[in-house]
Design a protein around this ligand. Structure first.
Ligand SMILES: *[C@@H]1O[C@H](CO)[C@@H](O)[C@H](O)[C@H]1NC(C)=O
Ligand SMILES: *[C@@H]1O[C@H](CO)[C@@H](O)[C@H](O)[C@H]1NC(C)=O
Ligand SMILES: *[C@@H]1O[C@H](CO)[C@@H](O)[C@H](O)[C@H]1NC(C)=O
Length: 301
């Protein structure tokens, strides 16, 4: 009798464990379903196994309502990380700008792969003209990957040739904008689009990420920055401080402040994963356990 009870207890534990484990997978899947794209569903198997890592680092977004504070901080840091290592003498440290975030989000919402017209990028956040980088992704790109992709164009730019141009037939403008010395203001937006204008079928259900830069980089006959002793060419009146080899107006790195604009501010939890899923999960586990117990007790006694 005692042995039977212990046996039943073990079975119950095992069953519960099984369901807990599998509901974890379900949760990961529902995150992906909330994202919409069918393509992402195919990635489920890959993601299901790595959900622990996914939670540990907030480097992916599960919504398309714009970047939250955490993601904006990552985007900014990824820009500054690359600006820091250019060995530049006149590099300004970047800071987040909520006006540029709004304009970038507005344009991301338009689901267009082409650049916004110059006339729409004037007088934003006090800048005469702002620059623009766009990244399309038909997969679940991480926020740092967005910047990494732009930066990877460094291979098509030869600073040592004292040129303002990219290598023949290559694109390097995204890279140059990321490291443009006086583009110190950054704001980015993202949208999950059913279709992306001028992008064809390859980009159904894709992310459109847009960053705006103030002032605009990629001036026609100028180098992105000047090499030399870090901060040696800072304008000491405007940027008297040198932080991480970059000219800064303040003695500390400015914190990112994302407010409003439906960006799911602050909270890291995806809005689309279903409000009642945890409760539902527990109920399912309880019901299943009860049913198992009943069946087993009938069989055993
Ligand atoms: C900066 O200088 C270091 C040391 O000379 C060099 O290894 C590195 O490639 C340089 N970085 C860039 C982006 O040119
Ligand atoms: C780079 O090019 C500019 C303009 O063409 C020139 O004035 C400058 O002296 C050049 N610098 C170097 C290091 O060759
Ligand atoms: C963020 O900005 C809002 C509005 O501009 C302000 O009220 C708030 O104090 C700021 N928060 C931080 C942490 O700077």
């Amino acid at each position: 009798m005692v042995a039977k009870v212990i046996f039943l207890g073990l079975v119950l534990l095992a069953t519960t464990g099984y369901f807990v484990a599998h509901c974890e997978d379900l949760e990961t899947t529902s995150d992906l379903i909330a994202d919409g794209p069918r393509k992402l569903l195919k990635k489920r198997k890959v993601h299901a196994g790595s959900h622990i890592q996914k939670r540990a680092q907030p480097n992916t977004y599960d919504r398309s309502g714009g970047f939250n504070q955490e993601e904006a901080t990552l985007l900014l840091e990824q820009h500054n990380k690359y600006r820091e290592i250019q060995n530049a003498s006149n590099m300004l440290i970047m800071e987040w700008n909520s006006d540029l975030q709004k304009s970038a989000q507005n344009y991301a919402d338009k689901c267009n792969s082409k650049h916004s017209p110059d006339s729409d990028r004037k007088q934003i956040g006090g800048f005469r003209k702002v620059g623009e980088n766009i990244k399309l992704a038909n997969y679940k790109i991480s926020v740092t990957q967005i910047v990494d992709k732009w930066y990877s164009e460094i291979q098509y730019y030869r600073y040592d040739r004292n040129t303002t141009r990219c290598m023949t037939g290559r694109t390097c403008g995204h890279y140059k904008q990321v490291v443009w010395h006086n583009s110190y203001a950054l704001g980015c937006g993202i949208k999950l689009c059913d279709r992306v204008q001028h992008a064809g079928d390859k980009f159904k259900n894709s992310y459109v990420a847009v960053c705006h830069y103030g002032p605009s980089g990629n001036q026609r006959f100028a180098l992105p920055y000047r090499k030399g002793k870090p901060c040696s060419l800072c304008d000491k009146k405007i940027t008297p401080f040198c932080i991480r080899k970059m000219c800064s107006s303040g003695s500390k790195v400015k914190q990112v402040n994302v407010t409003g604009s439906g960006s799911g501010s602050g909270s890291g939890s995806p809005s689309g994963s279903g409000p009642s899923t945890p409760q539902l999960r527990i109920i399912i586990i309880m019901l299943t356990s009860l049913a198992t117990l009943k069946v087993l007790s009938k069989a055993a006694f």
